[in-house]
Design a protein around this ligand. Structure first.
Ligand SMILES: [Zn+2]
Length: 443
């Protein structure tokens, strides 16, 4: 690794052109404005296919059209804005517009707004790109409304099926009904409208038209801040496994049962939680968490007859993830055997890891170096739309430092200086991307 202290100083010492600070100021003002598009007056919450999302669309449409893009909203409520270049082959740039309840102003929204800033910057240079750009604001990344994430991106990837359309929100409204209401179409026409969300081209060759997917997003973690760095190149989106593990022993009297005759399920769960932590500490690239343990019957004077724990394991490296899971399973097995307990596990959620494309990562790293900032690569432990879009095109992501590592919280912040650097880097990336990929585009 480079000497961060000196290089960070170097970055701070080299003044950047004022146009990027102005672009950042505009982007941040837009985030403020979009934060007022909320389902509730007291806190920010903007879920998929709600009037609050439509309000956000109206603002974005105005800004995007002013920048010369052609805007439409697809059936899933993804806002899609195209800027035609010399070729129909498309660079997709975007992020999501939906939020968690009581959200901050930047998770997702900043990436959408910065895609617009980037297009504006290109337009001001009068550059006609050798490919087309589609700015996309995904309508549902967080999965808050229907309990299943990435509905917006999955529609682009033709990944939505009848079971998705049958999902219901807290008010009993199905996804199909929400789509019909949002788009003003008949419910019978929803499946066809959803199919039409897919990226252009027949199912077999979407890749032919999609060059890459670029997303700018806040880090949502403490790494960049701890390194005193404004930006980071994402290596990939971590594979994620969520399991419930249950130990079963025998409940008994806390006073009369000798220690040697106990089959305590709670101490087994506690032991496993420590083993999980140890396993992750000695496995570079692995993060593993036990975030919840529930003991039954759950009284101070009863030895726990059963204990369930929730296990969350993630890594960008599929092999590391697999090795971690195997090791944790071996721990559970040995703990249960030694303590004479039964145990079982249930898979609750699973998503494979996705790599950001090495060539695009290198291009982004070059762009960061070009503005005098040291390059740091880091994995994304959180899921992002790119996880789904990676099935259609190579993906690349730029992280912006999250002050305090804070996200999914109203106090979520970004530094204006970091935002200015992010737009400048993205513009630099786009220039390099155009130069490198133009010959291919015209093949
Ligand atoms: Zn996000």
């Amino acid at each position: 690794m480079t000497t961060l202290a000196t290089t960070a100083l170097h970055a701070a010492d080299s003044p950047r052109p004022p146009r990027w600070a102005e672009a950042a100021e505009r982007a941040l003002a837009r985030c403020e404005r979009l934060a007022r598009c909320s389902e509730r007056a007291d806190v920010l919450v903007r879920r998929a296919l709600t009037p609050a999302l439509a309000e956000a669309h109206a603002l974005l449409r105005e800004w995007l059209e002013a920048a010369g893009l052609e805007v439409r909203v697809d059936a899933l409520g993804n806002l899609r804005a195209r800027l035609e270049g010399a070729s129909p082959q498309t660079l997709l740039i975007g992020s999501h517009l939906d939020t968690v309840p009581d959200a901050g102003k930047y998770d997702g929204t900043l990436g959408v707004v910065l895609a617009l800033s980037l297009v504006e910057a290109m337009a001001s240079e009068g550059a006609r790109l050798p490919f087309s750009i589609e700015v996309v604001a995904f309508s549902d990344e967080e999965g808050v409304r229907f309990g299943r994430p990435f509905l917006g991106a999955r529609a682009l990837a033709r990944g939505l099926g009848p079971d998705d359309l049958a999902l219901v929100d807290a008010d009993g409204v199905s996804l199909a009904q929400a789509i019909a209401a949002f788009s003003g179409i008949d419910e019978a026409d929803v499946p066809a409208a959803v199919a039409a969300c897919a990226l252009r081209g027949p199912a077999s060759d979407e890749r032919a038209d999609l060059l890459a997917y670029l997303e700018l997003h806040i880090e949502q973690g403490p790494v960049l801040e701890s390194l005193d760095l404004p930006l980071g190149v994402v290596t990939g989106i971590a594979g994620h496994v969520w399991q419930s593990v249950r130990f079963e022993g025998r409940a008994g009297h806390a006073g009369t049962t000798p220690m040697s005759l106990r089959r305590d399920a709670l101490t087994a769960a506690a032991e496993l939680a420590l083993a999980v932590e140890e396993e992750a500490l000695r496995s570079p690239g692995l993060v593993a968490t036990v975030g919840r343990i529930v003991a039954a019957p759950g009284a101070h004077n009863v030895i726990a007859g059963a204990a369930s724990l929730e296990l969350d394991v993630r890594s960008v490296d599929a092999a590391v993830l697999e090795r971690g899971l195997v090791a944790i399973e071996a721990h559970a097995e040995s703990i249960a055997r030694r303590r004479q307990l039964g145990w079982r596990r249930q898979l609750r959620f699973e998503a494979p890891s996705v790599r950001c494309e090495p060539g695009l990562r290198a291009l982004l790293a070059d762009a960061i170096r070009a503005v005098g900032v040291p390059v740091h690569e880091l994995p994304s432990g959180a899921g992002h739309d790119g996880r789904v879009i990676a099935a259609l095109a190579p993906i690349v992501m730029l992280f912006l430092r999250s002050p305090g590592g804070l996200s999914h919280h109203p106090d979520e912040r970004v530094h204006a200086g970091d935002v200015a650097l992010a737009v400048e880097v993205a513009a630099e990336f786009l220039r390099r991307f155009a130069a490198r990929f133009a010959p291919e585009v015209h093949r």
